[in-house]
Design a protein around this ligand. Structure first.
Ligand SMILES: NC(=O)C1=CN([C@@H]2O[C@H](COP(=O)(O)OP(=O)(O)OC[C@H]3O[C@@H](n4cnc5c(N)ncnc54)[C@H](O)[C@@H]3O)[C@@H](O)[C@H]2O)C=CC1
Ligand SMILES: CC(C)CC(=O)C(=O)O
Ligand SMILES: [Mg+2]
Length: 346
């Protein structure tokens, strides 16, 4: 029986262009011959914005929806005012496709450098809520540009939205050997949102008696992510805290160049989107310096989401071997992509 993957490809801005090319290289190399990979590339990001003034239209969303999954590089460019593409494209797409589970695994692989002392056993996954919190665009300003300006950015937390992501995190924790789940928030200060999260978390916990739970404030969590990262198994948190702690998690477990993510719609009503945790890195764009590993690992998440478990494992194994062998050798974006493609094919 022949199988097919209909993939939307959005290289985006800056290093997004460079790393997505490597992700596709590896995807093509790992797929069995009977799987037909069809890709459609989209020019979203700064190019589209400068040419048309558009970020993401309803027609674009309808077109993207026809795919099995989306592979994204990164969006955001210094030539476009900050927030226009991030809000107008990236968050709009995550919200429109109800990507409420933003999955961000962190694993320190053997032989990979970490700024932490020794080689701690880091292997946890952050389940970041992806459609609510302070990222909903529910803010405003008055007296803009004056010395009396007042700006707000309201964090939206619904019982429905919190419960579904908390349930997802409990289920993930239950399926892992250590069965531990930490809720990270700031309920000592953010009394309303924090208490909603805590109450829902405690309510759902009663249904998962075999999962060990803990709560920690986000500021303390940043300490433990550095001093005791091995303590974490699964973390659930809101959109903003999850954004921040996953950059930190990346930094301690091999660097931002190896941190993968999936924006998942668990009900599969919309295509899920896979992308590196990092952004468009304008400081190194066009220089062949970007590490494509995060994108390649995001391809592994994509494969697993589509049911290609063996192929996903091959990609992860290739990355693990390659990272272990890298040492201090500096290779270009292309060279890393080529090496990974050879490893998954062989
Ligand atoms: N999902 C997305 O599309 C995201 C987009 N952004 C956007 O990207 C732009 C740049 O944002 P920044 O805050 O600078 O974050 P960034 O993640 O692009 O870069 C932060 C630092 O990490 C380095 N870095 C990032 N990816 C790397 C890779 N693959 N290999 C080696 N080094 C890498 C960069 O050189 C830079 O020093 C902004 O417009 C921002 O809004 C930021 C984060 C996520
Ligand atoms: C640019 C933001 C909207 C996205 C981001 O930083 C992230 O999802 O990690
Ligand atoms: Mg981020």
């Amino acid at each position: 029986m022949s199988r097919s993957i209909n993939l939307a490809v959005i290289p985006g801005d800056g290093i997004g262009q460079e790393v997505v090319a490597q992700g596709l290289k590896v995807l093509n190399a790992v797929l069995p011959q009977d799987v037909k990979l069809e890709t459609k590339e989209y020019d979203f990001g700064a190019r589209r914005y400068h040419a048309t003034g558009e970020t993401l239209t309803d027609a674009d969303l309808a077109d993207l929806k026809k795919h099995d999954a989306i592979l994204l590089g990164a969006i955001g460019d210094p030539s476009v005012p900050s927030g226009v593409l991030e809000r107008g494209f990236l968050l709009k797409l995550r919200f429109a496709f109800d990507h409420h589970v933003n999955l961000r695994p962190s694993k320190l692989l053997p032989g990979v450098a970490t700024p932490l002392a020794g080689q701690p056993e880091i292997d946890f996954v952050v389940v970041r809520e992806g459609t609510e919190g302070p990222y909903t665009g529910n803010g405003g300003t008055i007296r803009q540009g004056t010395e009396h300006e007042v700006a707000t950015e309201v964090s939206v937390n619904t019982a429905f939205g919190v419960e579904r992501v908390v349930r997802d995190a409990f289920a993930r924790a239950q399926a892992r050997p250590r069965k531990k789940l930490a809720l990270i928030h700031k309920n000592n200060v953010l009394a309303f949102a924090g208490h909603l999260w805590t109450n829902v978390f405690n309510k759902v916990a009663a249904e998962f008696p075999d999962v060990t739970t803990e709560y920690m404030h986000v500021d303390a969590a940043t300490i433990y992510l550095v001093t005791q990262p091995e303590r974490f198994d699964v973390i659930v948190t809101d959109n903003l805290f999850g954004d921040i702690i996953t950059d930190l998690a990346a930094a301690v477990s091999g660097g931002i160049g190896v941190a993968a993510s999936g924006n998942i719609n668990p009900a599969r009503a919309f295509p899920s989107m896979f992308e590196p945790v990092h952004g468009s890195a304008p400081d190194i764009a066009g220089q062949g310096k970007a590490d494509p590993t995060a994108t390649v690992l995001s391809v592994a998440l994509l494969l697993r989401h589509l049911g290609y478990d063996a192929e996903a494992a091959r990609v992860e194994e290739a990355v693990s071997t390659d990272l272990g062998a890298r040492g201090t050798t500096v290779r270009s974006t292309d060279e890393i992509g080529d090496a990974l493609a050879v490893r998954v094919a062989g």
